[in-house]
Design a protein around this ligand. Structure first.
Ligand code: SF4
Ligand code: ZN
Ligand code: ZN
Length: 308
């Protein structure tokens, strides 16, 4: 459909039209544009030094790892980090895909095997805690990432997100009066607070769409785990996502605008700074009033229930 139209920057035919930016690009200029968007976020937040890149094997994190490995003019050293969550064949496949890809592009990879390190897999923790697997998985990933980054002297953690996910989290929060999420949900950058063992986070794809990540993966021949995590079934957030098909047709910038509006509004609200204290068990920061972090509570419960 776009083959008749030229790229904005050269004579080649455009392979993609980015509606939100009113931009048609050829293959080479799309790749350049994509890597530059990532670079600009890193520069904006002065990301330097040792960067731990969380890689699940999905298209977001694999495209992120590839794009970061292309940025030779930023003074940073990247290490890929994969958590084997113990989710049956899905985890085995993911681990292999990440291992092969890291080798292929020459990036050092750390694999953290949850069962071996803490004694439980995500399905076991979810069963023991009687909580939705994704909620448990989120707590585990946050804790493990921060701990590994802190203990190994990393300056920042980079994670793969996309605007489709971020905007849907905010949309759902607005429609369900989830004020906590509106106020606290992650923006593109959270600074380090090393005095309380909290390593800063950068989310370089915060304003890039799933379609752009997928296209980048395809154009670069990056291998990804295509199958869905078997535990993701039924998460209500997926139902909210479908409304974007309509909204983006009406206004291609609607996702970006929703997120920017909320982040701007936040600045005007007098929000109390999160009171983070070291967990009495693990020493990593928590805002829990009990003084025990959500991760340690999960482990305690699993030990009682599963008797380990
Ligand atoms: Fe974890 Fe849920 Fe993602 Fe599966 S879908 S990896 S359980 S967060
Ligand atoms: Zn071009
Ligand atoms: Zn703890």
């Amino acid at each position: 459909m776009y083959s008749l139209k030229k790229c904005r920057f050269c004579e080649k035919p455009a392979i993609v039209r980015l509606e939100y930016a009113n931009l048609r690009l050829c293959e080479e200029h799309f790749k350049q544009y994509y890597v530059n968007r990532i670079k600009r976020i890193l520069e904006k937040h002065r990301i330097r030094g040792k960067l731990l890149v969380a890689v699940s094997g999905g298209k977001d994190s694999m495209s992120l790892l590839h794009a970061l490995s292309q940025l030779n003019d930023i003074d940073m050293e990247i290490t890929a980090f994969h958590i084997d969550l113990g989710i049956f064949d899905y985890s085995k496949k993911s681990r292999e895909v990440v291992r092969e890809f890291a080798k292929q592009i020459g990036v050092v990879l750390i694999i953290y095997d949850l069962k071996r390190e803490i004694g439980f897999t995500v399905p076991e923790l979810a069963q023991a805690g009687r909580r939705p697997p994704c909620a448990v998985c989120g707590i585990v990933k946050r804790w493990v990432l921060n701990k590994v980054a802190y203990e190994n002297g990393f300056d920042f953690i980079a994670t793969g997100h996309n605007i489709d996910d971020v905007s849907t989290i905010f949309l759902k929060a607005l429609l369900t009066q989830d004020i906590y999420t509106i106020i606290r949900a992650q923006s593109e950058f959270s600074p380090s607070k090393m005095d309380i063992k909290l390593v800063g986070r950068i989310r370089p794809q915060y304003y890039l769409s799933e379609m752009e990540n997928r296209l980048y993966v395809e154009l670069n021949g990056i291998p990804v785990v295509e199958e869905q995590c078997p535990l993701s079934m039924g998460a209500t957030i997926h139902k909210y996502r479908t409304v974007w098909d309509t909204l983006l047709k009406i206004n291609p910038v609607s996702q970006i605008n929703l997120v920017r509006s909320i982040l701007k509004l936040r600045k005007g609200i007098p929000i109390e700074e999160q009171r983070l204290l070291p967990c009495k068990k693990c020493g990593y920061p928590t805002e829990s009033k009990t003084g025990i972090c959500a991760f340690c509570r999960l482990i305690e419960k699993a030990k009682k229930t599963l008797g380990k």
